[in-house]
Design a protein. Structure first.
Lengths: 249, 201
């Protein structure tokens, strides 16, 4: 039991869900004994192949194989008990705890071409770190991958996310804006704009109750959610967003 | 044979670690990590309501996707905090906590009581906050600065703050909350990038 009652009430919700679902999820997996001989053969083949690769790449050292899947395990996934779990957010660290990667690696992780903006604010010479966050764990059945490209000199970030976290972007943006209409302090926070004829969610500069938020222009292009975030006027970021949409044609 | 030993070892490991997170194990995970996770969010947002919302959404997202938990990629805590970072990042970008996972699971909105609000505030190390944001305090609007100083530096209760300022407890809480949200931005943006003009020293 926590001293915070709300945590206990939340726990009750999860206990309810676990009880409703536990019967199915706690069952042991169905036996597949008829597949066992094939599995053993396959496992032996894999092990031999893996051994050959290790021997060829590590000179037979036999250390733990550090392939692609280990890269995820090696990153700072955070921790518990008050330990730091990654750097905070900024232009140079757009994702708390994100990994620095090359553009090619980011492209491979997204599984889609990354169209860079073509704008004086986003010269490739001004391009800073590229951050990657992947989450096999996130969004139920989907693998969520986000890439952020920083332009520190322009204090601007362009994010690419796949899959798109909402089925209908225009409806999602309208809902976002309509929600705000009910709150006097957020009434002027965002509006639905347009990027190359597509619906876009535009969050205005310093429009939240703290007067400190950046501008964000968010839209969907070729199955990716793209957001241009910075402290320039919204019209400037819409121009940057437009250059992405035009460049992808 | 070395490869035979490797297969046996792999099988032993797989037997000892389930390849999904059972519903029962999830509740144990909640018990172990709900409060540390709440503290994690509270220290980064300085906002008890936002911190609680983020905690709830993180656990809901984790519950909804627990079948995809892969112990080979890290333990449960690492997995949970991966989701937490994602939720925090999303909140920082979109200025709101998402409710998708909770809606999908039909978890109703849970409002914080006044006492819970203060208990969550207690998870924040205000002494450390004050050290880092002392200069920014001067830039808060006077009524927010006054309320934040009473709460964070003088450690007064909301009842006492309301009495001194001459407003209701709810109004006092709202002033402190607004002020702390401005200060939170200075904490999460330590290198000055993306620091709002309103929060500039």
């Amino acid at each position: 039991m926590s001293t915070i009652e709300s945590l206990d009430r939340l726990r009750n919700e999860f206990v309810r869900l676990a009880e409703a679902d536990g019967h199915a999820t706690d069952q042991p997996r169905q036996s597949r004994s008829h597949l066992r001989p094939y599995a053993v053969v396959a496992a032996i083949c894999c092990a031999v192949a893996a051994g050959a690769i290790i021997l060829s790449t590590h000179g037979g050292a036999g250390s733990s194989a550090s392939g692609g899947s280990r890269a995820g395990a090696g990153q700072d996934h955070g921790s518990v008990g008050g330990r730091e779990v990654g750097p905070p957010w900024s232009v140079r660290h757009p994702f708390p705890g994100g990994r620095r990667v090359s553009l090619g690696r980011a492209r491979a992780a997204l599984g889609k071409a990354i169209t860079l903006p073509h704008d004086p604010l986003t010269n490739t010479s001004g391009m800073g770190p590229i951050s990657l966050v992947t989450g096999d764990h996130i969004r139920g059945s989907r693998t969520d991958t986000s890439v952020a490209i920083s332009y520190p000199k322009s204090r601007l970030v362009v994010e690419y996310e796949t899959p798109v976290p909402y089925p209908n972007p225009a409806a999602n943006y309208r809902g976002y804006v309509e929600d705000d209409q009910q709150s006097p302090s957020l009434r002027h926070l965002a509006y639905v704009g347009s990027v190359a004829g597509r619906a876009a969610l535009v969050i205005r500069l310093h429009a939240d109750s703290n007067r400190s938020n950046p501008v964000s222009v968010e839209f969907v292009l070729h199955g990716m959610r793209i957001a241009v975030i910075g402290f320039q006027p919204a019209s400037t970021l819409l121009r940057v967003a437009d250059s992405i949409a035009r460049g992808s044609r | 044979m070395w490869w035979k030993r490797r297969i046996m070892e792999t099988k032993r490991l797989r037997r000892s670690r389930p390849n999904h997170l059972s519903a029962t194990a999830f509740v144990a995970l909640y018990d172990a990590h709900s409060e540390p996770l709440l503290r994690y969010f509270a220290q980064r947002t300085l906002d008890p309501e936002v911190a609680f919302d983020l905690t709830a959404e993180t656990f809901a997202e984790a519950f909804a996707s627990r079948s995809r938990f892969d112990p080979q990629r890290g333990d449960e805590a690492a997995w949970l905090y991966g989701i937490a970072r994602h939720e925090l990042g999303s909140y920082l970008r979109r200025l709101r906590v998402e409710r998708r996972a909770r809606e999908r699971l039909d978890i109703p909105p849970l409002a914080l009581s006044g006492s819970d609000f203060e208990r969550i505030e207690a998870l924040i190390d205000f002494a450390a906050v004050v050290r880092q944001v002392r200069s920014v305090l001067q830039d808060l609007p006077p009524e927010q600065r006054e309320a934040v100083v009473y709460r964070v530096i003088d450690d007064l209760s909301y009842e006492q703050i309301a009495e001194r300022i001459g407003c209701t407890q709810d109004a006092a809480r709202a002033r402190v909350r607004r002020g702390l949200r401005v200060l939170a931005r200075t904490l999460i943006l330590p290198d000055g990038d993306f620091r709002g003009v309103g929060a500039q020293p």
